[in-house]
Design a protein. Sequence first.
Length: 284
Amino acid sequence: MNIKKNAGCFCGIAAICLLFASFSASAQEIPVPEYKIGPGDLIDINVFGVEQLNTTVRVSESGKVTLHLLGEVEIGGLSKPDLEKKLTLLLTKYLQEPQVTVFIKEYTSKVVYVQGAVAKPAAYPLVGSQSLRQILSRAGGFSPQAGHEIIVIRELPDGGGSSLTISIDDLMIKGDPKVNIPLEAGDVVNVPVDQEIVIYVLGQVRSPGAQTFKKSSRPTLLKAVTKAGGFSDRAAKGDIRIKRKDADGKDMEIRVNAKDILKGKKPDMFLQAEDIIYVGETIF
């Protein structure tokens, strides 16, 4: 698991361990308990046959609502079935065999926010213990623009924040149980969009032109040449020029001997967005 820090949020591995101490190392799926109603949730309450008692109310910060006949009722921390039972019991003082139905219209108190390159970015109610993989599944999985990482952002009680960076391969392909972490209310699950970059391959290649790569794929010289159809028969592989902008925006040129790379004598060269590769023509 690849863990990174946000500047100023916490110091060292010890702080990270304390922060995520509640995270389970197990990937076992457990039954999902009922959602517990909390402050800010919007609740529909319907009493069969007594239309004047039907209402839509928002739970106060203290976990209470004000209802007809009953006045102020504490409902924070109750599940939907528990609230139906409580209201039914309270209304038996006024009605004969009341039938109460509760519907949670808006989950506000306990949600996880999923954003970025997923099929359905949204705020999802945190019902019981939900793992990272479960939340991503509810969000419809990854979109084609997804990169290779997931960033889980969490607010700390002191008002600070922290982030945990997880490899998608570790979570979805390798199935590493250590990264399928349980989430907490207020967590933000961000799947960054993988930026597309363009590299130009010109000269003695079979299909010269602009080549598009995902930035996370870390394109190299040989990858770019291969995508351009490979070297032509007249390519001067020993003297390839790469033009790019330096940090100050000035033009620079890099000369590369691709023969050494092909023979394994030197590592392949990583490229940057907007690099221009020119493969010259051999005179022999």
